[in-house]
Write a protein that binds this ligand. Structure first.
Ligand code: NAP
Length: 419
């Protein structure tokens, strides 16, 4: 049986190899950046301990080389769940985010976008631990907010809540507060970068306060690798993208890549393109981001949506389709938030508890975290068992009859018995 299992796994690996090759046929452009910034961990010959990358392309997600030479997966999971941010819901929020993170990592995501003010870093940390994926293979982002003058404490708290000893990308979440406090926060980030506890530095929402952006660019010893902005087909942010990408070689990452689910799903342009490719509007929007050279971090609390959103690396939008989506841009009118930042703060961070009681998913039965026990849990379990060797999720439709049903379980057992 062992030999059979080995052969089966070898076959899975071979098919994965073939898949990875065919994925290269779908153009995502060459969005590598010019390396101008010192590597994290100091300017030593090998760039210091954290400059060594264990990040690999999984599930077809391309890597991008940032302006400090560090490689980052250019697609990730957004972990913010705004509907649960009320202080009384910390436990439920962190439990939910733990499930989202596990589902995402099992689906091939290797990039997680978090922030201290999402109040869910503890859930993310446990999700990473329980996913079975080594921490070094995951790109972990968090953001400092609140009292920027106290950034060192904020950063130490992030490490502790996430249960990690370095963070791949740290942003200043908002350019709120005095310019001096913003720069003081940046200095802490630079020191941690030099010490190898941060691998890339970022500015988030600085497109809404140019004086803060200019102040950082004028005074930073290590210039930003990343800029996070609101960006989606209804607010394509061409000015901000040009400023960052063309003038400063900074990689743009998009928050609300799906417009927080506010884009009309019946939008004729996107709907028609979705029909032409046999995909959902969500997949079309995310594929558009990828072909634009952007880094989207879609959020979802639904395991099926999480898997659907990353399943966009086996087709390509034509030039005409890309142009059609570009034409639905509404400029600033399409934005959800357009806050003007200034010398005001976001208040102080309130630490919280998360009473984590780990029950392995296979004991609860809800393996795929979709809130119910169904056939997807069986394929989810097989997916989980194969997670060490596979690079993409096992398809739920094992017998390829167009739907997920009990026939998939018997088909799978049949395959196992015959191997
Ligand atoms: N830097 C900043 O200031 C900032 C600000 C906002 C957000 N962010 C980041 O951006 C991330 C993404 O933002 P977001 O999650 O609010 O908005 P989003 O990714 O644009 O959209 C998420 C919404 O779309 C739905 N959705 C996702 N995939 C779907 C699918 N395949 N089918 C149907 N519905 C789908 C989700 O519902 P379900 O849960 O039902 O799937 C959810 O309601 C955040 O998590 C955070 O990391 C950063």
């Amino acid at each position: 049986m062992k030999t059979r299992l080995f052969m089966m796994l070898a076959a899975v690996l071979l098919s994965i190899g073939a898949m990875a090759q065919s994925e290269n046929n779908y153009a995502l452009g060459n969005f590598d950046h010019v390396v101008t910034q010192p590597a994290p961990g100091g300017n030593t010959a090998d760039g210091g301990p954290q400059a060594v990358s264990n990040i690999r392309s999984v599930a077809g997600v391309p890597l991008v080389r940032l302006n400090n030479g560090v490689m980052m997966p250019r697609f990730g999971l957004g972990t913010q769940v705004q509907s649960m941010e009320n202080a009384s819901m910390r436990q439920q929020l962190n439990e939910t985010v733990r499930g989202m993170v596990i589902a995402a990592l099992q689906s091939g995501y290797r990039h997680l976008d978090d922030a201290m003010f999402y109040y869910n870093e503890r859930g993310t940390g446990w999700g990473i631990k329980e996913s079975g994926i080594p921490r070094e293979q995951i790109w972990v982002t968090s953001k400092i907010s609140g009292n920027l003058a106290d950034a060192q404490n904020a950063f130490n708290g992030m490490l502790q809540r996430l249960q990690v000893d370095y963070i791949d990308l740290v942003y200043i979440h908002h350019p709120a507060g005095t310019l001096q406090d913003i720069l003081a926060c940046w200095r802490v980030m630079e020191a941690e970068y030099k010490a190898g506890r941060i691998r890339a530095l970022g500015i988030s929402n600085f497109d809404n306060r140019m004086e803060a952006f200019n102040y950082i660019m004028d005074n930073a010893e290590i210039k930003p690798q990343m800029a996070q902005i609101e960006c989606h087909p209804l607010a394509q942010r061409t000015d901000a993208r040009e400023l960052y990408a063309n003038n400063y070689d900074i990689q743009v990452e998009c928050w609300y890549p799906l417009n927080h689910n506010r884009t009309d799903p019946n939008n004729t342009t996107i709907q028609q393109i979705a029909q032409a490719h046999g995909r959902t509007v969500y997949q079309i929007i995310l594929r558009w981001h990828m072909q634009e050279g952007l880094c989207p971090v879609p959020g979802s609390t639904n395991a099926a949506h999480i898997a659907e959103n990353i399943n966009i690396f086996d087709f390509e939008l034509t030039d005409e389709e890309m142009a059609a989506i570009r034409a639905i841009d509404r400029g600033d009118a399409g934005r959800s938030f357009n806050l003007q930042y200034g010398n005001w703060g976001f208040g102080n961070f309130q630490d919280y508890n998360y009473n984590h009681t780990f029950t392995p998913a296979y004991l609860t039965g809800d393996v795929n975290f979709d809130g119910e026990i169904n056939i997807g849990d069986v394929t989810g379990l097989i997916d989980f068992l194969l997670s060490d060797v596979r690079m993409a999720p096992v398809p739920a439709d094992v017998n390829e009859d167009g739907e997920t049903n009990i026939g998939d379980v018997t088909a799978l057992i049949d395959i196992l018995l015959r191997s």
